[in-house]
Structures are given as C-alpha cells and as structure tokens.
Design a protein around this ligand. Sequence first.
Ligand code: SF4
Length: 431
Amino acid sequence: MKKTVAFHNLGCKVNSYEMEMMIKTLAGKGFIIVPFDQKADIYIVNTCSVTNIADRKSRQMIHRARAANPDAVIVAAGCYVNTHGSEEVTAEGVDICVVNEQKKDIADILDSYLGSREAGEACAQTDISDLEVLHTRCFIKVQDGCDQFCTYCIIPYARGRIHSRPIAEIVDDIKGYVSEGYKEFVPTGIHISSYGKDRPEDGEDLLGLLEKISEIDGVKRIRLSSLEPRLITEDFARSLSRIEQLCPHFHLSLQSGSDAVLGRMNRHYTTGEYIQAVDILRDHFDDPAVTTDIITGFPGETEEEFRETVDFVEKVGFYETHIFKYSRRRGTAADRMEGQLPEKVKHERSNVLLEINKRKKSEFEDRHISERVVSEVLFEDTEDIAGKTYMTGYTREYIKVCAAGDRYHAGDIATGTIRRQSDIIIFEDRS
Ligand code: SF4
C-alpha cells in the first residue's frame, strides 16, 4: 500500500534544496507526498540548528508531527541531528534520525525501517509534475560546508568542511531541470564563494561554474546567492558582466557596519573592503540590486558600534537588508562572550534598521519604475492580493511585480514597464 509522506523544511536554501531532492526521491519510489498539516504515514522534519531558536522550532515541528498522527513514523533529518546526536533527538519522539550526509539515502533508510521493500517498489511511479508546476526557479546545490568559522555560527560543525560538487555533475543536473521547464538557476551552497577550493587540482572555481551553466541551452537566468565581499575583484566582476543570463542582483552578507564587531564575529573582511566590492559591482552593472544580512545586538555591540552600522547601511544603499536579532547558539564562541545584550536592545536596533530598509527598498524600486525603463520579468506563481488574483514574478533585479488577467503563466518571460499601485508593483506588457 502506498505510504503518504509529509515534509517540513526549516532553515537555509541548502536545506530547501535537500528537501526537494528527498521529495523527488521518495515520489519517484511511489510514496505519496502530502502537505505537512495533513495526516500522513511518515513525517520528515528537515531540521535546522543555526540558533537556539532554530533548535526549538525543529523540536516543535517534531512534536507537531507526532501529535498529528501518533502512529506515524517520524524522521528528523539534517543539522539538528548532526549537532545533537541521535540519542538526544530520539528522546524527542523521533523514530529515525538522518544526518545531512544520509539525506540522499532517504529511500533506503525508510525502506529498511519499514521492514519491507514493498513500500517503495510495489507502487506505480508517481507523476511528480504537480510538485514542480509552479517552480520556475531552481536552487541547485553546488557545494556544502564552510570553513569560515564565524563566531556566532554552528554550521561548520553541523555540515563540516567545504565540499564542492564537480562542474560536470552540476551541468548534467541542470540540463535535466531545463527539460522539466526551469528557467532560472540559483547556484546554492553554505558558502559558494569557496566553491572549488577543496579541489584545487581540478582548477574549478565559481566563475568557471557560472560560465559553464550559462552555456547550457535553455538557461534563461542565473541568480547568485550569498557572496563573500573579498571575492569581488575587478576581473571577477568584469567576467560576471559578460555572462548574459546573470541577474544584476548580488547578496553580500555584511552582518555589521562596525569593524570592531566584524572582528569579534571573525568575518574576515572590513567595511572598507566591503564598500570597495559594492563599488566594483556598480562599475560593471547598471544600478544592480545589492542585498545583505545584518545581525543586531551581537555580544558587546555598543551604541556607537550600532551607529556605525546605521551609517554604513545608509551609505551603501541596499535594495534589501535582512535583519536578524542576534540569537545565542550553544557551542559557539559568541555564546561564551561577555556583553550579551537584552532582547529589548536587539529589538530596538532591529526596528531602526527595518525603517531604513523600507525607505531604501522603495528608493531602489522607484529608480527602476519608469514609463521608459523596460523590465524583463519571469512569472512564477498566482497570488491573491486585496481580493484580486495576480500572476506574480520577478525582474532580473528581483523586484516583485504583479500582472492582472490571465495572459501570463508560470514560466513565461515578458518585457514591459512597471509602475507602483498602492502596495504592489504592476507589470504592463510592452513586447
Ligand atoms: S560564512 Fe560564517 S555564517 Fe556563513 S556558514 Fe560559514 S561560518 Fe556560518
């Protein structure tokens, strides 16, 4: 009899990618994928352990799954298992623990737990096109692990040292995804700037990878995930600008605009190096979207250090700033630092940056909104906004736009102008 499986994902893009892979594997073996809030035979919680809060959410989802069906098989996969060990995780009511390295073997693991190969083999192949019909953008995992050891982060312990997938293997995967209808590809990893550094003898690096991806027929867009500022040199940016499909959208994690805080975070760059990287990108791309992450209330962050961050964020003029209140993570150096700040301070500082983010985002969008400037949009999904259904998509700069009517479908690429209408940005065709 076919078994139903419900997934819940927590955490980063790499985790999302790995969950998609597990879904594909199990769907291909005949398991029926159902929503997490539905009663299922098997629940798989793809956990995260980046902060104590992420640990708590992972435990909550495990308990929620158990409550939804006391007889279900509960699987905890990923970083929470890697960092806490099977014994501790099993005590939460989990039946099967799967570390990151075992996710690719999920079908075999379930098969052997269920005690019969029938569960996976007797069922007809499931048509998984339903799972993908709304997907036009594909996060493709190109590397795992990190050896940067930021003092607040547990990831190098949870996922280990860097490990890059060979270019040929990634290219093969992408060709398959192109044939399934994906148009945009986002090379994803824990630290993609380190791509290839674990295998210098192969001579493969991030630029080489991007160039190879751009040569694949049917790849319409390539969007980069988070980059390390020190990777951005004149040569690198010039080469990137020659890749036609590369979206002018660069996410450079800043975390703090204070050099003293960056030092305590062990971030390996200064604000001077950071702004230089942004300037180089702006020299080679026409008003690209530069986005970032900031942590507020890092241990010992003084009012003056926070002011430096505020000034720096104003100066750079990010399209989007993702703001995180510092969250302690057991086992990290930052957790043991003096000067842990009260939640109230983190919250207040976060609010200051949220206000700046709102203003800067709007300024960036306004520069791209014009009767004359033609934007290319890749449509992805339908969405109900204020009682009306729109097809939504993203420009190359990652500005979200909405098109009324039923002219466009997921996967369509169109060019036109964009204008603001209340809280949304409307796309109008000019092709
Ligand atoms: S770069 Fe720093 S924050 Fe990012 S995964 Fe590596 S150690 Fe963690």
